[in-house]
Design a protein around this ligand. Structure first.
Ligand code: GLP
Length: 263
């Protein structure tokens, strides 16, 4: 695992956006051979999305030949709801870049057959040739997408019931009203993310310090599902200083020294 420690949220977002843009450019995607990008929601990637929008506007990158697969979506929340992940993606990213609507894939949490919806999503990822780069955030309880504590580390796309922790954390998007937060979601599995050729997580703020510690400094555990990335051959976690508050001194220094070329 590669860990990048940046001073603050702005530089973390810039680093991550540069990396993503460079990977897309290096792949030289075409209509026949597009780049497959996995997309998260949440507040953590907002800066990364804004930086990618800036790069598009500056003519540095195009998304014409990029196919996206989002990580997750709430169950039983209309797509038009401002807090649906469909709305989130168009409001914060897709509307400002040259992506083709047909190339956007987001799970349908209102499907009549949710099991089938999840199976079809996995198939669509496979048919597209797999995900080249899965971007992600980390929940305060260490979850990746909506793979809550206790999720199978081999899981594929499926329905998950949200934990009380997550319902509390996400109530900030629903006027602080717990009863308005959907209780279930469709989510790619940890196994789905592990099959991506590369994974890049962004993690910022003191509120994520425990999650980051368990992700990179702890044992692999289904109680902290992002820790499974320790098994991924090409995983990068980009974080800010505040998120490092609970890392061991040795881990913190090692990753800083490594990136500064002191090791
Ligand atoms: C939600 C999403 C996750 C995201 C997490 C953290 O639960 N399903 O994919 O990583 O929130 O959100 P934030 O970045 O707002 O802290």
């Amino acid at each position: 695992m590669r860990v990048i420690i940046e001073p603050d949220y702005a530089s973390m977002s810039k680093w991550a956006a540069n990396y993503v843009a460079n990977r897309i450019k290096a792949a030289n995607p075409t209509k026949e051979n597009p780049f497959k990008l996995g997309c998260p929601t949440g507040s953590s990637p907002l800066g990364l999305y804004q930086e990618l929008i800036n790069k598009y506007k500056a003519g540095e990158i195009s998304f014409q030949n990029v196919i996206t697969f989002n990580m997750d979506e709430y169950v039983n929340l209309s797509e038009e709801h401002p807090e649906s992940y469909h709305s989130f993606m168009w409001t914060n990213f897709f509307s400002y870049i040259d992506i083709k609507a047909d190339n956007v894939h987001i799970l349908n949490g209102n499907s009549k057959d949710l099991v089938r919806e999840c199976e079809d999503y996995e198939k669509a990822i496979m048919d597209a040739g797999g995900i080249d780069l899965f971007m992600g955030g980390i929940g305060p309880d260490g979850h990746l997408a909506f793979n809550e504590p206790g999720s199978s580390l081999a899981s594929k796309t499926r329905i998950k019931t949200l934990t009380t922790d997550t319902i509390h954390a996400n109530s900030r998007f629903f006027d602080g009203n717990l009863s308005l937060v959907p209780k279930q979601a469709l989510t790619v599995g940890i196994g789905t993310v592990m099959e991506a050729r590369e994974v890049l997580l962004v993690c910022n703020g003191h509120k994520k310090a425990r999650a980051l510690k368990h992700c990179i400094d702890g044992n692999i555990s289904h109680k902290w599902t992002s820790s499974m990335l320790q098994m991924h051959p090409r995983a990068i976690v980009v974080c800010d200083e505040a998120a490092c508050d609970e890392l061991s001194v040795g881990t913190y220094k090692y990753y800083l020294d490594k990136e500064r070329g002191n090791l």
